[in-house]
Design a protein around this ligand. Structure first.
Ligand SMILES: NC(=O)C1=CN([C@@H]2O[C@H](COP(=O)(O)OP(=O)(O)OC[C@H]3O[C@@H](n4cnc5c(N)ncnc54)[C@H](O)[C@@H]3O)[C@@H](O)[C@H]2O)C=CC1
Ligand SMILES: O=C(CO)COP(=O)(O)O
Length: 347
């Protein structure tokens, strides 16, 4: 059994700590709010993020980052993407030996357009052994209830990915697959949040399942278009970290991105929405990053483009849907034909 540090005591860090503890690992759960760590250690709860859930004894809360990292070789990073560089800057100060980082956050950095594994490599340098991405359709609320869940791990070093697969695999409720397509796994997990915001908006506007099915399907097409341009294997988008995560995030009431979109569709302003959530809504920053990246690479992403206008240019959500519907006619399989043509040419 291993000593594992989990950095970030929000919903996902806490739920994944429970999986590790159920697998017999000793977990040091670090959080930057001392009162929350006190609650974890004294009441065995993390009421704000996972109400009503009792935490296993093998989870110990740490308010001191260096103490949490002492003699640990595997670190799960579960903070919002916005906080990753700051947290890793502090992690570096605590380490003497390289560590393996398992990243479970979903996003792309605006302006640099970096995936999380790239940010981690940049920040950690020689203090990084391996970086492994864990992603897939997995709401913390359901994992903490030990409901059946499947995820995928990926890394440049598949031996490291397999070690992390074994660390998290729980044959009762948490099934972990591997996939060597690191770019596809990260891009699918990040971009689905954009489409989930849009799905929340159409629900908020009172549109029904037809609109949502359209968003999921055409959303997947634009995710695959950007992803394959960045070097992902298009097949990854038909897996857990592609369509799987897209379905769960666009249809679940647990999704923060869907809930934020729903409030926008009901007419609330973005600032009010984000203030009322109390948890991270990754899709907002990722929309900015994907919008910039699509423009730079000349990739068509119509849903991302109108969502960008809703979020950052005060476009009315109803007008955004109208502008998607009134686009010029096109061939549904245009993307697939282009992707297949490209892979034929590469042979
Ligand atoms: N909640 C979920 O079901 C899932 C979340 N994720 C991803 O996991 C990541 C974390 O999400 P959640 O746990 O849901 O967010 P959350 O909002 O529930 O918790 C975030 C935690 O990070 C902490 N934090 C924020 N800024 C920090 C900083 N500068 N230094 C240290 N800690 C800081 C907060 O205090 C909070 O404890 C996100 O990228 C999300 O997309 C991925 C899969 C499932
Ligand atoms: O990534 C997730 C589920 O797989 C969580 O999505 P939300 O951040 O929208 O809650």
């Amino acid at each position: 059994m291993e000593q594992v540090a989990v950095l970030g005591a929000g919903s996902w860090g806490t739920a994944l700590s429970m999986v590790l503890a159920d697998n017999g690992h000793a977990v040091r759960l670090w959080g930057h709010r001392p009162e929350q760590i006190k609650e974890i250690n004294t009441k065995r709860t993390n009421e704000k993020y996972l109400p009503g859930i009792e935490l296993p004894e093998l989870i110990v809360g740490y308010a001191d980052l260096c103490q949490a990292l002492e003699n640990v070789r595997t670190v799960v990073l579960a903070v919002p993407t916005k906080a990753i560089r700051e947290v890793l800057g502090n992690v570096r100060q605590c380490l003497k030996e390289p560590i393996t980082i398992v990243t479970v956050s979903k996003g792309i950095e605006p302006d640099t357009h970096k995936r999380i594994s790239e940010i981690i490599e940049e920040e950690m340098g020689s203090l990084l052994q391996d970086v492994v991405v864990l992603s897939g359709p997995s709401h913390a609320e359901e994992v903490s209830l030990r409901h059946p869940t499947t995820v995928t791990v990926s890394s440049k070093n598949m031996k490291a990915a397999e070690r992390i697969q074994d660390l998290f695999m729980n044959h009762q409720y948490f099934r972990v697959y591997t996939n060597p397509d690191l770019i596809g796994v990260e891009i699918g997990g990040a971009l689905k949040n954009i489409i989930a915001l849009a799905a929340g908006i159409t629900d908020g506007l009172g549109y029904g399942d037809n609109a949502k099915a359209a968003l999921i399907t055409r959303g997947l097409a634009e995710i695959a278009r950007l992803g394959s341009t960045l070097g992902a294997n298009p097949l990854t988008f038909s897996g857990l970290t592609g369509i799987g995560d897209l379905i769960v995030t666009c249809t679940s009431v647990h999704s923060r991105n869907w809930r934020a979109g729903h409030l926008l569709g009901k007419g609330k302003k973005l600032d009010e929405v984000l203030d009322s959530m109390g948890m991270v809504v990754e899709g907002v920053r990722t929309t900015k990053a994907a919008y910039q990246l699509a423009k730079k690479l000349g990739v068509k992403m119509p849903i991302t483009e109108v969502l960008y206008d809703v979020l950052f240019n005060e476009k009315n959500p109803k007008d955004a849907v109208d502008s998607l519907m009134s686009r010029v006619k096109t061939h549904e399989m245009e993307d697939l034909v282009n992707i297949l043509d490209k892979s034929e040419q590469e042979k």
